[in-house]
Design a protein around this ligand. Structure first.
Ligand code: LLP
Length: 425
């Protein structure tokens, strides 16, 4: 049971008893754009990017925002305008980045399972780097590059076997993970590919997990990359670039993640004399706090031993609580003096795992009132689905007193687009 009263995150503040995103009232926004709704603060996004990227300003680097955290075109365009590159993991994300006007020479392509079409698309556009994750992928990439008379720039993702002390579903650098090649295999593998005419090995990299709130695992991973770089250089393979992945956590509840400055300082001091430039792939730390999810109460229901606020947002809109048991702070959008009760905030989807928050002390809210689910900017909208044939939410970007719909709410016709109602006779 959580008794502490949740406080808003920066750029989301109470004014006159009602929660605002920058200068825009969330009550007004919800009335205008409907609910459920994702709302992002552009100033928060700018602030987070400046804090992260600025922390590396005295070190050669490129911050490649991990599009998977929130891949809306306006957000990609904003971060790119501020100097970010983009880390993509699919042809779809690559197309989004290109549509948002991202310079392909600032795009890295990560992921364990790239298809031929995805490789060809990325080769055609001349991206900065493929983060290759297996020998089979290197072989195929070499073949595709050869067929189009090109050279594929490659960073090899190694698995440094570091425990990031996070949720097991988002730990990616453990020995048993599907990601990367064992660090001990890097030397023999890259030796075989160092003279390939259509592959240019330019670096190695890793990504050890997400929502990491300790600095230690990052330092251990950086150290292991440094050792691997030395071993590779000893065999004549020039490594000029290290990709450290993403993973820096944010505060959802009472976590105390390192600041971007502390994170950067630890990494820079570990890698200072290596003569490598860095690629960083932050996702959550740039967008997590910059977005909230707004939902409206449909019904209040006192169950047997449990109370429920049934809201119009559900697990299909924000799956993190159902999928990882993730905690998001919840706030009534309008402050209330009504008596509090212990409730679960649940959606209309027909699954018991359809909850947004459990065991919260909230004022007794009534139908039509609004709740804000905080820190929903990362892995929120992007993980939403149409389960129960629910249209996906709209997305709004706020800057100062202005707001803009950056993604329209889906409509029922959108849901059946491309379907046929004709079974076989
Ligand atoms: N680079 C690679 C190769 C990744 O796989 C990821 C995230 C990132 C960068 C960005 O990591 P971040 O800075 O956001 O931690 N859906 C989960 C998180 C999955 C993360 C997957 N990989 C969640 O909602 O917590």
């Amino acid at each position: 049971m959580r008794r502490r009263t949740a406080r808003p995150v920066p750029f989301f503040e109470f004014r006159g008893g009602a929660l605002h995103c920058e200068g825009v009232s969330l009550v007004a926004l919800a009335n205008d754009a409907g609910t459920p709704l994702y709302v992002y603060s552009q100033s928060a996004l700018e602030d987070r990017f400046r804090a992260f990227d600025g922390a590396f300003s005295d070190f050669p680097h490129l911050t490649c925002y991990a599009a998977k955290a929130c891949s809306s075109l306006a957000i990609l365009a904003l971060l790119h305008r501020m100097g970010a590159g983009i880390d993509v993991v699919s042809g779809g994300e690559l197309r989004r980045a290109l549509m948002a006007g991202v310079d392909p020479r600032k795009i890295v392509f990560s992921g364990v399972g790239k298809s031929v079409d995805e490789m060809d698309l990325a080769l055609r556009h001349g991206i900065l780097q493929f983060n290759a994750e297996s020998e089979a992928e290197l072989r195929l990439l070499g073949e595709r590059a050869k067929m189009s008379g090109m050279v594929a720039p490659v960073g090899l993702r190694v698995n440094p076997a570091v425990d990031p002390q996070t949720h097991p579903y988002i730990a990616t650098g453990l020995e048993q993970s599907k990601f990367g090649v064992p660090i001990s295999a890097a030397v023999p593998l890259l030796r075989r590919y160092s003279r390939h005419r259509h592959i240019r090995i330019q670096g190695i990299g890793c990504h050890i997990g997400s929502q990491i709130t300790e600095i230690g695992p990052f330092v251990v991973a950086a150290r292991k990359l440094k050792e691997a770089t030395a071993a590779l250089r000893a065999t004549g393979i020039e490594i000029r670039q290290l990709d450290l992945g993403g993973g820096l956590g944010i505060r959802y509840d009472d976590e105390t993640p390192p600041s971007p400055t502390a994170y950067a300082a630890a990494i820079k001091s570990e890698l200072r004399d290596l003569g490598c430039s860095l690629i960083l792939e932050p996702g959550r730390t740039l967008v997590g706090d910059a977005g909230i999810f707004l939902t409206r109460v449909l019904f209040a229901k006192a169950g047997q031993g449990r109370n429920f606020l049934i809201v119009d947002g559900a697990m299909n809109d924000l799956v993190r609580p159902s999928l990882y048991g993730a905690y998001h702070r919840v706030l009534p959008v309008v402050r209330s003096r009504r008596a509090a009760w212990l409730v679960d905030v649940v959606g209309p989807v027909c699954e018991s795992s359809d909850f947004l928050a459990r065991d919260r002390i909230l004022p007794r809210m009534r139908a039509g009132e609004l709740l804000a689910i905080l820190s929903a900017g990362a892995y929120g909208f992007v993980l939403s689905s149409n389960y129960n044939s629910r249209p996906r939410a709209a997305e709004i970007l706020v800057k100062g007193h202005r707001f803009r719909v950056i993604r329209k709410r889906e409509t029922l016709p959108d849901l059946v687009r491309g379907e046929s109602a004709r079974p076989f006779r």
